[in-house]
Design a protein around this ligand. Structure first.
Ligand code: SF4
Ligand code: SF4
Ligand code: SF4
Length: 282
């Protein structure tokens, strides 16, 4: 990891000095143990703030929305796919970016630095899918069944599913750390804050808590990269990826779609073709 940090600093310094970019978006040591935090470096004096290790859980694509400057950004596999998603959704232009790609060996759990995050254990895209320069040689991709957890829930009966999701969301305080950490949640006014119409109540009624989670997951359908930033941000340890992962699986099963693999193809749920072989469109 030391070598990665050194290379990131070297590339960043070069890009800032020769004026290729105005800023570098990366990670620095955080004030909380085992948690690096995002940082924006604008001058050579701050280059040594930049670090890389298995505590870089935050998805930096979150800091690209509507930027007007030219920036370098550190991108592991998942971040690179969210960068493509931001480009597809017109939130940033490719030519505003210099992508410093980091082949990723996975992020560890905040509470146990010897164990990988659940999403990283089943990640199929550890290498950045788009980059301008890589900090190291690509790592080997693993091909495990990434939907084993979803299939277990699918196999449950109705009652069991009800209890499972009731228990899952019981500790939620609606702090919204999950949506704030997510690079897909950039709407100027989130549906939870709308008052005309009010889509969902603002209190702790379980129906409202569940509605928040269901609707947020649907808004991420076909766009979520399973980066795990939402889950790692949750102070209550709630595995809300159970919702987004189910929809990710549906997009894969029905449309052979994985979000953000390139910056040209739009997600299946925001496009249609008049000659679609199914009749629903007519
Ligand atoms: S999901 Fe995990 S293993 Fe995959 S690129 Fe992201 S941080 Fe790395
Ligand atoms: S971060 Fe956790 S507690 Fe906060 S709203 Fe999301 S699921 Fe609920
Ligand atoms: S919903 Fe969670 S896993 Fe999916 S892109 Fe957003 S932060 Fe990442």
């Amino acid at each position: 990891m030391e070598a990665y940090t050194e290379k990131i600093r070297e590339i960043s310094e070069r890009l800032l000095k020769d004026g290729t970019v105005e800023a570098v978006i990366g990670y620095r040591k955080g004030s909380v143990e085992n948690s690096n935090e995002p940082c924006i470096v604008r001058s050579s004096e701050k280059i040594n703030d930049l670090v890389w290790d298995s505590n870089c859980r935050i998805n930096l694509a979150n800091y690209l929305t509507n930027r007007k400057d030219k920036v370098a950004i550190i991108a592991k596999g998942c971040d690179s796919r969210n960068i493509n998603t931001q480009i597809i959704e017109n939130k940033i232009k490719r030519d505003q970016l210099f992508i410093i790609g980091v082949p990723c060996s996975g992020m560890t759990k905040k509470e146990d630095s010897s164990d990988l995050q659940e999403n990283c254990k089943v990640c199929h895209h550890k290498n950045p899918v788009v980059y301008d320069e890589l900090v190291a040689a690509e790592v080997e991709e693993t091909k495990v069944d990434r939907y084993e957890d979803v299939k277990k829930i699918e196999a449950m009966g109705v009652e069991e599913k009800w209890e499972f999701f009731k228990d899952l969301l019981e500790p939620c305080t609606r702090c919204y750390a999950c949506k704030n950490a997510c690079p897909l949640c950039y709407c100027p006014t989130c549906f939870v804050d709308e008052s005309k119409p009010q889509w969902v109540g603002k209190g702790m009624d379980p129906i409202d808590v569940r509605t928040y989670h269901f609707l947020r997951a649907y808004h991420c359908a076909g766009r979520c990269t399973d980066c795990g930033a939402c889950e790692s941000a949750c102070p209550q340890g709630i595995n809300m990826r159970h919702f987004t992962k189910k929809l990710e699986k549906e997009c894969f099963d029905q449309f052979a779609w994985e979000a953000g693999l390139n910056s040209e193809e739009r997600p299946p749920l925001d496009t249609f073709k008049l000659d679609d072989p199914q009749t629903f469109i007519k």
